[in-house]
Design a protein around this ligand. Structure first.
Ligand code: DHB
Ligand code: FE
Length: 282
């Protein structure tokens, strides 16, 4: 039987990918960011999950404003890095898990969460930067990936509560997959940041720290945060944090926080990172 062993929260700032790809990780500005992921890379090498369900958002790379699915599940055998304007990142092609992805699609759709099924999709920094932060620069990614793309680009994104409940449906789906797979769920994006308008550059450390505290111990409190509060407190791109709640919903209520890192800034963004382990499914 497949089981979710842990959840990983991580920001996805594209400049982090550029720093890795251009050999800048030892520069003092970037070292402060990457040092926060050294223990996590060790944890990944020890945990060795078979599959990562990566909840992320596309930034008009795979989808344009012509077509914006609320939740899109990648069921393909592989997902190439997207061209984001400077060419695709020089990272390995992401290998999918079509059997698990199709099972999740069937399970959650019959559970009344209507996902879009995607059989061909390129993946941008929203997915590849968290992978790089957790795995470094391997010749091949050592994990198969089921991408779950969420609309946090154009109003209205899904609510925090809807995301949390979808996470629970995903947990039921994984638990009913017959193969013996150890699965981690990534919740990516955030934390506070705003890239546009008069408040560009906004960071709210107090909001972020409260979010991380509640995320670990009382995630249901966070499902009550509405869109206006997210945008007011965490900036227009801070709404990306609803994706973390899909991951949290997929974990046990009393999942154990085993690692946390928070750093301001990387590019325009507050970088947040947390690892939570399920207590019963290890
Ligand atoms: C930045 C952050 C993002 O989340 C993004 O998608 C693009 C840019 C930034 O901090 O520069
Ligand atoms: Fe983003």
């Amino acid at each position: 039987m497949a089981r979710i062993v842990a959840g990983i929260g991580s920001s996805h700032v594209p400049a982090i990918g550029a720093a890795i790809d251009n050999g800048k990780t030892e520069e003092p500005y970037w070292k402060r960011v990457f040092s926060g992921f050294e223990k996590s890379q060790e944890w990944m090498r020890e945990t060795k999950p078979d599959v990562a369900i990566i909840v992320y958002n596309d930034h008009a790379s795979a989808f344009s404003v012509d077509l914006i699915p609320t939740f899109a599940l990648g069921c393909a055998a592989e997902f190439p890095p997207a061209d984001e304007g400077w060419g695709p990142r020089p990272v390995p092609v992401v290998q999918g898990h079509p059997a698990l992805a199709s099972h999740i699609a069937q399970s959650v759709i019959l559970d009344e969460f209507d996902l879009t099924i995607v059989n061909k999709m390129a993946v941008d920094h929203g997915l590849t930067v968290p992978l790089s932060l957790l795995y470094g620069q391997p010749a091949e990614w050592p994990v198969r990936v089921v991408p779950l793309c969420v609309n946090v680009i154009q109003y209205p994104p899904p609510t925090a509560h809807r995301c949390y409940m979808l996470g629970k449906a995903i947990a039921r789906a994984v638990a009913s997959f017959p193969d013996d797979l150890r699965v981690v769920v990534f919740g990516t994006g955030g934390m506070s940041h705003q890239l546009q308008g008069p408040r560009a550059g906004l960071i709210n450390k107090e909001f972020d720290r409260r979010f991380l505290d509640k995320f670990a111990t009382d995630p249901e409190a966070l499902t009550k945060i509405g869109h206006v509060e997210f945008v007011r407190e965490a900036g227009s791109e801070g709404i990306e944090l609803v994706m973390w709640l899909i991951m949290r919903g997929a974990l046990e209520q009393d999942a154990k926080e085993v690692y946390r890192f928070y750093h301001v800034p990387a590019s325009n963004t507050a970088v947040g990172h947390m690892i939570l382990e399920n207590r019963r499914a290890a």
